[in-house]
Ligand binder design. Structure first.
Ligand code: ATP
Length: 599
């Protein structure tokens, strides 16, 4: 190891040491600075916390101060309230004292009043003894008189009705009933912009014999047109209610009158509903609900009920059904060689006694109402129907159901009518005999045995016996059955071609329907005006119904009317037809001596 260390080396060594120390000092300084910064941070944190604590403290102090203030206020309010309660208590005790005084006073006063009332009552009793009792008696008497008057009025109304009915019968008037149906979906009018809208109701049944139509023309005030008929039914009237007023005619049938009930009205006005009922064809049977049945099933039931009250086996009933379609008569009970149901064309002829008759018309014996309806519902399928804009199932033909009643042991009234009728027929025939060779020629045929013409009811089907023109005196006293006819007619509906929207074959149908209804109207016009010629033969319908319309049968026209503005023209036309029908004075109805004619 060298002994001499030069100064530079020592110096360098010292510098190195000093540099080392400096570095250590600097490091230490850095550490201290870091610590200082941390301590600064902590200080800041502590200062922050101190500030928050100070704030909290201040708030708590404030709160405390506020509480103390509130307590002071509450205390003062309580003190005030207490003094007020004290004052109120004082007032209350004063009021109570007043009330007690008042109650005592009231008691004294009511006692005094009661005493006065008792005194007044006893005074009134003395008074009532004379004038009030007298007044009371007069009021009671007046009430009694009023009741009696009301009763008399009711009886008078009833009597007026009965007398009117007798008058109608004596004058031979046609009875007209009217039924206004309810508003139905097809009463709605289809507007291109807004779709369907209900048409306004304008036809009202205002009483049991009056219909009012609110008729308005554009720019004119509304006019009420009033129509009176023997009976008017409103939209709420049931099938039973409608039949109730038709029922007496069935008794007339057994008393020897021919009867015809005919439904007239525009298409869709409710004729088929009224005459048959409103259920699908298949259901037109005995099973149709009784309340839903129309006049035909109800009349058949009533007829058989009336027969059941007569001596057994005294009556037989035959049914025939025909339709007038496109002015031709069709027998709906006819059968082909194989026995299948076919509708066959038939002719209507006039007999020399002035009646009309359908040739070779098939009739079947029936023994109950359900049998009648079974046959009728069977042939309804053959009836012409069509779908029109107004009515989806519109009848295109006039349907005529005839029930012929043959009576072997007629009642006294029927016998009297028969005698009277026989006399008339003999007179008529003897007057005609001097000029009518046909009358003489016809007599031998008329003397045929009744058995040849009236087969046993069990043989079915059979042809209706044809009329012979003149009876002989011997025949008038022969004890053979006599016949009365119940004709039930569901006419096809009148309609405007434009409204029903039909064309082609359907147009021809409408034209035929309208022409036959107009012919019916013409016949009524001629009868009402007593014209010498009545144009029965202008249509098959009028020719066929000649006896019912102009003869001595009891005829009831059931007008069916739609209630809405949409069909007002047709409704007014139907009501006008009914009014015209009422004006017809026919021969007073009498029993026709069918025995003689049929022989
Ligand atoms: N009084 C009524 N109550 C309830 N519905 C009714 C009434 N009258 C008619 N209707 C209904 O109105 C519709 C038309 O009635 P209906 O078939 O009897 O008319 P219509 O006069 O016979 O018509 P058309 O002459 O075209 O055959 C049916 O659906 C029927 O059920």
């Amino acid at each position: 190891m060298p002994l001499f260390i030069n100064r530079d080396q020592i110096f360098a060594h010292q510098v190195h040491l000093l540099e080392h120390k400096l570095r250590s000092k600097e490091e230490r300084l850095l550490e201290l600075e870091t610590e200082n910064a941390i301590l600064h941070l902590r200080l800041a944190e502590c200062l922050g916390k101190l500030h928050v604590g100070h704030e909290k403290n201040t708030k708590a102090l404030d709160h405390h101060q506020h509480q103390r203030n509130s307590e002071n206020i509450t205390q003062s309010v309580l003190t005030k309230l207490l003094s007020e309660v004290q004052a109120l208590k004082q007032d209350l005790s004063e009021v109570f004292a007043i009330y007690v005084n008042f109650a005592n006073e009231l008691e004294v006063q009511s006692k005094q009043l009661l005493k006065k009332v008792e005194e007044a009552n006893s005074a009134l009793k003395d008074y009532k003894g004379d004038e009030v009792q007298d007044l009371q008696a007069r009021v009671e008497a007046l009430e009694r008189t009023l009741e009696e008057e009301k009763e008399r009025c009711r009886a008078e109304r009833q009597r007026r009705k009965e007398l009117h009915n007798i008058l109608v019968e004596l004058r031979g008037n046609i009875r007209v009933h009217c039924r206004v149906r309810p508003v139905l979906p097809f009463d709605y009018i289809q507007f291109p912009e807004s779709g369907p809208a209900p048409s306004e109701e304008v036809v009202y049944a205002i009483s049991d014999d009056t219909v009012v139509v609110n008729s308005s023309k554009t720019g004119m005030p509304v006019q009420n047109k009033i129509f009176e008929f023997e009976r008017v039914h409103g939209p709420d009237d049931t099938q039973d209610a409608v039949f109730e007023d038709v029922k007496p005619l069935l008794t007339s049938l057994l008393d020897g009158y021919n009867v015809c009930i005919m439904a007239y009205g525009q298409t869709g006005s409710g004729k088929t509903h009224t005459m048959i009922g409103s259920q699908p064809l298949e259901e037109h049977s005995a099973t149709m609900q009784e309340s839903q049945q129309g006049i035909i099933p109800k009349a058949a039931a009533e007829l058989f009920r009336l027969i059941s009250e007569q001596p057994a086996e005294s009556h037989t009933v035959d049914v025939s059904v025909m339709e007038v379609y496109n002015n031709e008569v069709f027998d709906l009970l006819a059968r082909d060689e194989q026995g299948n149901a076919v509708s066959k064309h038939r002719d209507v002829i006039s007999t020399s006694s002035g009646t009309s008759q359908v040739t070779s018309l098939t009739s079947e014996p029936v023994f109950s109402a359900s049998e009648v309806m079974h046959i009728v519902s069977g042939v309804l399928k053959l009836r012409a129907h069509r779908n029109t804009l107004i009515h989806t199932d519109s009848s295109r033909s006039h349907l005529i159901v005839t029930l012929t009643l043959s009576s072997k042991s007629p009642n006294a009234l029927a016998l009297a009518r028969r005698l009277q009728s026989a006399k008339k027929d003999m007179q008529r025939c003897s007057q005609r005999a001097w000029w009518s060779p046909r009358c003489h020629r016809a007599n031998p045929a008329a003397q045929n045995s009744p058995d040849k013409l009236f087969r046993s009811p069990s043989t079915s089907p059979r042809l209706s016996p044809s009329h012979s023109p003149c009876p002989s005196p011997r025949q008038t006293i022969s004890p053979t059955p006599f016949r009365t006819k119940l004709q039930l007619v569901d006419l096809a509906g009148s309609e405007c071609v434009g409204v029903s929207g039909v064309s082609g074959a359907a147009l021809w149908e409408v034209s035929c329907i309208n022409r036959s209804l107009s012919a019916l109207s013409d016949v009524l016009g001629a009868l009402a005006e007593h014209r010498p010629h009545v144009p029965y033969r202008n249509s098959k319908l009028t020719h066929l119904l000649q006896d019912a319309i102009g003869g001595d049968a009891k005829l009831l026209v059931m007008l069916c009317v739609s209630p809405t503005q949409r069909f007002i023209t047709e409704s007014l036309q139907s009501l006008g037809f009914g009014t015209r029908a009422r004006q017809v004075h026919k021969l007073p109805p009498h029993r026709r001596n069918n025995t003689l004619k049929d022989k």
